[in-house]
Design a protein around this ligand. Sequence first.
Ligand SMILES: [Zn+2]
Length: 283
Amino acid sequence: MWLAALSSAFAPFPSQLPSSPSLLLVAPSPSFTAATPPASSRGAPRMEDKRKDAEAALARMQQRMRSYSREARPRPLALDPRAYTLGYSAIIAVTLHDLRDNAEVQAWLSAGAAADAIPLGALSGGAVLIAFALFQLAFQLGTGSAVPFRLAVMRLGLTEPPFSSPLNDETREGSYLCSSCGAKLFDSAAKYDSGSGWPSFWRTYDGGVVYRKELLGGKMEVRCQACDGHLGHVFSDGPSIQPGEEVPPSDPGGANASFTLNDDTVHPRFCINGCALKFEEQV
Ligand SMILES: [Zn+2]
């Protein structure tokens, strides 16, 4: 099966080559070959060289076209949804297997799984993992409503899978509101494609967010100031801020910033979960 897929992926190239006028310019025409003088002629080596040059140019262009067509995949970083399904199904299976082998969990289940006797110590790690796996899986499969995802992201601080939010590709002019409380957090003027798979902005709309340094990993978490919902993180690898481009005073790099991301040049990249945002088109 995969062999067939493989061979079709590497099918002879010329059949897939789009007809291009530029290619015709460098392709040696039949009349050109026919007009090549006999080998005894003094000009023959030069003509032969030219013909070889033309053929080499054609080969190079075909090679380039081939690599372009390989590069033209829709999203090189996007994971196949089936990979998510498989990966998270495996996580769920392994975690359930571990829990089933856990003596504390066994005792609790055989005692009727009373709520007041939940063996939290034995459950917590596996339960969180299962919850996360189910969350990711359901998100990828597109099942359920957006509400559980929003809660998982905004209240538990989980991260949606990359390239999963339609807001990632949103390019219309408008505002990005907190999907929980409706506060205006970002606007389309500050949105850019960071290639990360999450909606990215180089500044907030009006500094309506708060920052918290995470204990694990030291990332700077971004929360909605109005409702304290988790939005995402801010990193220091954003685009250069051009002269004349203002950032709100409380943003990293602003006059009243509570912290800096980088001592010399601050280029914030607000990496925000799409399900924590609600887009409102400007009309
Ligand atoms: Zn909010």
